[in-house]
Design a protein. Structure first.
Length: 106
């Protein structure tokens, strides 16, 4: 399960890198065409990068919170079930086995 989350986060990072590269390429094309200045392109690229970083951090925080909630829920659910099973085992260990003869008390 943890591996899936790791792969998802790494895929998100990869998408962010690809997006940054595409934005940079587009801005370079605009500079070559004379639509914007190089300074404006750098400013836009920095703004896009900062916004992307903030969005990624928000998403990572949300994923982390959800994973912690899920693990806490699963742990609580399983701990209750484990307690029930331990109680059943203890009760069964106190009972004599079926078909076993009881010893006479001296």
């Amino acid at each position: 399960m943890i591996e899936k989350f790791k792969k998802t986060i790494l895929a998100g990072l990869g998408a962010a890198v690809v997006t940054r590269d595409r934005v940079q390429e587009s801005l370079e094309d605009f500079v070559k065409q004379g639509k914007i200045t190089a300074a404006d392109a750098r400013a836009m690229a920095e703004k896009v990068a900062n916004e992307g970083k903030q969005e990624f951090e928000k998403a990572s925080t949300k994923v982390g919170d959800k994973v912690r909630e899920l693990l806490a829920y699963a742990d609580g659910k399983h701990l209750g079930r484990i307690g029930e099973l331990e109680a059943r085992i203890a009760a069964l260990e106190k009972k004599p086995a079926k078909g076993a003869k009881r010893r006479a008390k001296p």
